[in-house]
Design a protein around this ligand. Structure first.
Ligand code: CP
Length: 525
């Protein structure tokens, strides 16, 4: 069966790879499928029924729920389901992930690869690499689904969580009030809520964790900037001592294996703060339900086993919802469903490289720049380097410019007063260089944003350009992601080209693992 729905060949690497309209479509379709199947009615319209469409499960980390729900989803769909044995594969002979997938891609006309990896950003990279490779091989581009990549994201868990919340709320999207309890520091499923909960028009979030396990501030900021009302509490005791208790609680396991010695010593206290106790039961609002991405730690469950048979138990049906939502995810990406989608599709980000602006030239009678004590007759002068920064930082920036641009030529440099009292700037004079190529200009803009580039002709400034921070920094040998778990981290030798995308004034995120870097930290010097 040839399927050509509008999601065909798309990938799900992070939650935001689906727009809000697309996420809501996924939930609507999963609801329709679940209700139709439960009523015993015909579900054929959801099936792919094509053994040339392969669903390949590649799990390099342990999993029960995600792997088995995807495996069963593939079978339901009537696709060819393969489970790759990562433990005995040539990954152990240093084969790259990209090479391995190229081979598996050759086994079928159309493919959807589902990957759980320790490395972060793998699916974003593969989606990019196979856009080109599929074109060369004249085959349809495969889809990639991130089934959990290190500490980064687990988008399909987020989708089944939101589906479960919608079920509890009778499919009303107006308002949600949710408490998140446990290890909010390490848990990728609670971090994803900063994006996933945006499907609700009004969001109240209560974060319950002792300070050592609290939600990283950038996720709290992200929630607030998404319009969520956020409150924080250090323990369940403290939370239940106030009146406004959420009807939805989302627990997570304490990931003590990721914590240092100092934190481990405090494990009993940390657990106690976020473990539910019998005498709390009377303080919960009517209809309250608990959720958990699972697995629970059987020795120290934050939701103790005595709660399993109470109506509070939302986590078992939540886990089964992974089956319904994952059927729909594959059905969308295979092109089987989606023709009836209405709304906005996720848009690829666009970048406008306008980091060079011509600046006005001020007339002066005197020669304007010098190399040491001699005026520059012909050449280039880089001015306003790190203007206004502390003097040490200006010297560091001069040093970085010289090293990265390999300016080992006759020249001079220094730190000087700027026009305003107490403000300093760096200057590099380069009499032997008469032009800069686009790549070097972009490097310069990304090392010393705000600097000016002066072209000197006959001892006068003939042209002046002000350089600002580029929206993307990529394609340079001297940059790398500093997250050791990123697929692009050089020591992994996966051949992934480094790329950073500007997020704030001086902050960049890695395109793959989304780790934030200050702009100076992206450079390898
Ligand atoms: N929630 C979750 O990802 O479970 P598994 O690790 O068992 O797949």
């Amino acid at each position: 069966m040839t399927c050509n729905g509008p999601f065909k060949g798309r990938s799900i690497s992070v939650v935001n790879d689906l727009s809000l309209d697309e996420q809501l479509y996924l939930y609507r379709k999963a609801r329709e499928l679940k209700e139709t199947a439960r009523a015993g009615d015909d579900v054929e319209k959801f099936r792919i029924n094509d053994k040339d469409y392969q669903v390949y499960l590649i799990f390099m980390e342990n999993s029960t729920r995600t792997r088995e729900s995807f495996r069963n989803a593939g079978k339901f769909l009537g696709a060819r389901v393969n489970v790759f044995d990562a433990a005995t594969s040539s990954f152990n002979k240093n084969e790259s992930i990209t090479d391995a997938i190229k081979m598996l891609f050759g086994y079928s006309d159309e493919s959807c690869f589902i990957l759980r990896t320790t490395l972060e950003g793998v699916c974003t990279w593969l989606d990019q690499a196979f856009t080109e490779y599929a074109h060369i091989t004249e085959k349809p581009k495969p889809s990639f689904i991130n089934a959990g990549d290190g500490k980064h994201e687990h988008p399909t868990q987020e989708f089944l969580d939101e589906f479960s919340f919608l079920e509890q709320l009778n499919w009303k999207e107006e308002h949600i009030h949710v408490a998140m309890v446990g290890d909010l520091y390490h848990g990728r499923t609670v971090h994803s809520k900063a994006d996933g909960l945006r499907i609700f028009k009004e969001v109240e979030v209560d974060l319950i964790a002792p300070p050592l396990l609290s939600m990283p501030s950038h996720y709290v900021e992200k929630m607030r900037s998404n319009g969520f009302q956020v409150r924080t509490f250090e323990s369940i005791d403290e939370y239940l001592a106030q009146d406004k208790v959420a009807p939805i609680w989302y627990f997570t396991r304490l990931q003590l294996e990721r914590m240092g010695e100092a934190v481990l010593e405090r494990a009993p206290y940390l657990r106690q703060s976020v473990t539910f106790k019998k005498d709390y039961l009377g303080r919960l609002p009517e209809g309250c339900r608990f959720y958990h991405p699972l697995p629970r730690d059987r020795n120290f469950p934050t939701i103790p086993f005595f709660l399993d048979d109470l109506p509070l138990n939302g986590w078992d049906s939540q886990s089964i919802n992974g089956y319904w939502t994952r059927i729909i995810e594959i059905a969308m990406l295979s092109g089987r469903i989606g023709e009836d989608f209405e709304g906005e599709h996720a848009k690829p980000r666009e970048f406008i490289d306008d980091f060079v602006h011509e600046a006005p030239i001020q007339e002066t009678a005197k020669p304007e720049y010098k190399v040491g004590i001699k005026p520059v007759e012909e050449g280039i002068v880089i001015d306003h380097i790190a203007r206004g920064a502390p003097i040490g930082e200006i010297w560091d920036t001069i040093d970085a410019v010289r090293k990265i641009l390999k300016l080992d030529v006759r020249s001079s440099h220094g730190v000087y007063h700027s026009n305003r009292e107490g403000i300093y700037k760096g200057i590099i004079s380069l009499p032997d260089i008469i032009s800069f190529g686009e790549k070097d200009l972009k490097k310069l803009a990304a090392i010393a944003p705000g600097c000016t580039l002066n072209l000197i002709r006959h001892a006068h400034v003939a042209k002046k350009y002000r350089l600002s921070m580029p929206p993307r920094i990529y394609n340079f040998d001297e940059i790398s992601c500093k997250n050791e778990n990123c697929i692009s981290y050089p020591a992994h030798h996966e051949g992934v080209p480094t790329e950073f995308i500007r997020k704030g004034e001086t902050t960049f995120v890695c395109k793959y693992c989304e780790r934030e870097h200050k702009f100076r930290d992206i450079w390898d010097i």
